[in-house]
Design a protein around this ligand. Sequence first.
Ligand code: PEP
Ligand code: MN
Length: 337
Amino acid sequence: MIVVMKRNAKKEEIDNVLKSIEEQKLKPVPLHGTERTVVAIIGDERVIHIDSLKAMNGVEKVMEVLQPYKLVSKEAKDKPSKVRVGDIVIGGDEIIVMAGPCAVESEKQIIDTAKAVKKAGAQILRGGAFKPRTGPYAFQGLGEEGLKLLAKARDVTGLKIVTEVVDVRDVQLVAKYADILQIGTRNMQNYPLLKEVGKINKPVLLKRGMWATYKELLLAAEYIMSEGNREVILCERGIRTFETYTRNTLDINAVPALKEMTHLPVVVDPSHATGKKSLVAPIAKAAVAAGADGVIIEVHPNPEKAVSDADQTLSTEEFAKLMKELKLIAEAVGRKL
Ligand code: PEP
Ligand code: MN
């Protein structure tokens, strides 16, 4: 970290800055130029109280050298991380496909979907038992009953399951059934929830807040990892822009950009990113071409009857067709599916 003092900073102000840095157990190295003084801070700058430093008299600005996140950054670990779920590896050569309905609705619906997506080549079944709905009167999910149905679908098909947890009080319950816990876009900055999933020993699929910068997403992942859970998968699921034709706008930049910034695997959700079933396949293909480690796609045996997100949900036949196309894209970029 570098503290740039104002041109006319008094000696006493510079001394106060040096003292404050020393009090925080770091080493200040003042460099007195002809115009002004700058102070380099030696040591792990992430422990310093940057806001109070910025507010000190005589300080013009404070520049960070290290990223504010540690565990997720490439500075900490250069090699890509692989997240393992049984014998499935996310972040390896193989593209991982998670597929299933927006919400678990009934035993028949989830088992039929599971069988169909398994047959088409998906490795993980998705489905919400706890749904974060925009309105309080919309279907909120089946709760534990939904988790039990997901577990049944896993028993029948051997697919692993990913499902969302929306409430800090439900983390243990969801972890009892799920193979991967999903944190949805709306909860990306729910810090108590992030900390709680950081304490369990199951992978977490962390969706990017629809308003969040890459840095904020990485800091959210850091919250989880700093509690001990190192199994985090990032998910780009579209962000809010001025466009209204689509539900969100897929930020395709996020895939290669996050891969430059972090060692964590990155997957893409083309369903929520577009909100339109006609756009799901092309955007899923773009994601794989851009280097995503996987995709998560909403599929329902009867999409027009889906109780949530019907407009963006593929039928099992459409999904099977997409899988064939994705395989070709995966091979073209040196991956497997
Ligand atoms: C979902 O995956 O069903 C979901 C609600 O996603 P998001 O949090 O990205 O909107
Ligand atoms: Mn959905």
